[in-house]
Design a protein around this ligand. Structure first.
Ligand SMILES: [Zn+2]
Length: 139
């Protein structure tokens, strides 16, 4: 079995799991469309996901690249991100979920209606629903 077959098998097994990882959040994200092309991994609807999260594609991409540990680029025309290397859907979905937890969801009320504002050298996540604030790390 080569690497691609193995990853397809893994993804097929994951798709049979009853609970989609994103359903645990209180809001619905567009389902990430992820596929591999050659030795690259494409997140087809990266732009729609960023928009649903109300986060800048630049910020989200930086996080994704750091966490996955690869290089990649965003194309605004197609809204896609191309990552160097082959990654499973699970890896990408987990990374998106971690991003949502750290940079989108309010810790206090668990709602996703938040903004990130810069205050001096700090980045503050402000919840529009309950007014809670917490600092988030700079990427
Ligand atoms: Zn809140």
């Amino acid at each position: 079995m080569d690497e691609k077959e193995y990853m397809e098998m893994l993804d097929a097994a994951i798709e049979k799991l009853p609970e989609d990882v994103m359903n645990r959040e209180r809001f619905k994200l567009p389902k990430a469309e992820i596929r591999t092309e050659g030795k690259k991994t494409i997140v087809v609807n990266f732009k729609s996901i960023s928009e649903a999260l109300k986060r800048e594609t630049k910020h989200f991409l930086k996080y994704l690249l750091n966490e996955v540990g690869t290089a990649g680029s965003y194309d605004d025309q197609s809204g896609r991100v191309t990552l160097q290397g082959m990654f499973t859907k699970r890896t990408i979905l987990n990374t998106i979920e971690e991003y949502v937890k750290e940079f989108v969801i309010c810790d206090t009320c668990n709602k996703p209606d938040t903004n990130i504002e810069r205050q001096g050298r700090q980045q503050i996540l402000i919840c529009l629903a309950c007014g809670a604030r917490r600092s988030v790390r700079k990427l």
